[in-house]
Design a protein around this ligand. Sequence first.
Ligand code: G6P
Length: 464
Amino acid sequence: MKRLVIVSNRVPAAGTPQAGGLVVALADLLRRHKGLWFGWSDALTEKPAAEPRLVDRQGVSCAMIDLTPEEHRKYYLGFSNSVLWPLMHILPGVVRFHPHELETYRAVNVRFAQALKGLLKRGDLIWVQDYQLLAVPAALRELRVSNPIGFFLHIPFPPPVVAAISEGLLALVRDVLSADLIGFQTATDAEHFAQTAAQYAGARRVGRMGLKLGERTVRLGVFPVEIDAREFARVTEAAMQRAPAQDLAHNLRDRALVLGVDRLDPSKGLAERLTAYQQFLAAEPDWRRRVSFLQIAAKSREGVQAYRSLLRELEKVAGATNGANADPDWTPLKLVTQSSTRTTVASYMRHARVGLVTPLRDGMNLVAKEFVAAQDPSDPGVLILSRFAGAATQLQAALQVNPYDPDQIQAALRRALTMPLEERRERWQSLWDVIKDKTALAWGEAFAEALAGRGTVGQRGTVR
Ligand code: G6P
């Protein structure tokens, strides 16, 4: 078995109980492949050492480098999260350009490649993760690394006219084409990427899922990220006995719980969602006191202005909603910006009558899959899902909405709250059937096998 080397901006933090299913799965994959995880240490220093630090994190060998405060500002807060992230989620109004950020982004990617090179062995499979590291494949080739290189984009890829808003992104598309296999969450993302590469990066299309650059062929594949659904259901059962679940039940007092769980991020459609709830309470006075909305919006990327102003905006809507409706013993909307552990979130999901997952655009959205896995089959809650989340192509039996339109969210909320038990069960069963046999580990194995040349990239681009 070949050694697998994962490269990502972050490496799994030491002992984090909130680690998502994906991080856990990649760590499992590395334990199996006796692999290595390479990335940023999460530390900032003025003079970082060139050599990576080697540590063992829960049985996974990790190698990490520090960033300088300036690199962090220009590469991470700047080009990655103020240009690439909003553009990939088709939010050009949120994009902020600042001088020299692309150069720093590239320089950090080159530093990753240089520090990694000394650790590589012949035959290693290199798997680079996500939009922060689009230039790493080209930087490795520049250093004469000839190992197979895979790249997976966890977030969406926009149509060419949107990608063209940043010439920097177009240049990075060319850089990532140094990989042998590029994976996406959905066929739409792969198609947008192929069109952009053909239009702006000098690539020729070979069939639907191949690109040629000179004599070299680059394979594209669709690998929707999965969760370990049965394991999440078990985690939920255990979590129901714990204090946070019981406190929530006590505070709810039989009110219907509407639940949102997100990072506080402009792509998550939080303002539209909170506004929809506000309108719902105004339009449906009968539901007052019978429903409570808990929105967990865990603070994230606070160094980026758009994230800070979003928090202020949400606090305003939450304040207005509670101001207009609250009673001494009823808080209509709770906005919580602390992150919760995975187990606590699982138990909240189980209590929820409605899960509101309405990102304006999302690569996949694993919360939607977790919400399904957490339900009680005999009395399941209803999933309201954005049509523009990657998960929407799989989770067809959810109530799908246009996340930009509060009226649609409001109508879906009414429908979900009044849905007969039989319909709730039927819809849940269809959703469960889609996810029940999937695991995040199998997702990772499928990519690694396709990279090693053993997996086949199917006709529709899905690796089997
Ligand atoms: C998304 C991205 C990841 C990123 C995560 C958390 O899921 O696809 O690459 O790690 O958000 O964001 P952060 O900026 O805190 O790493």
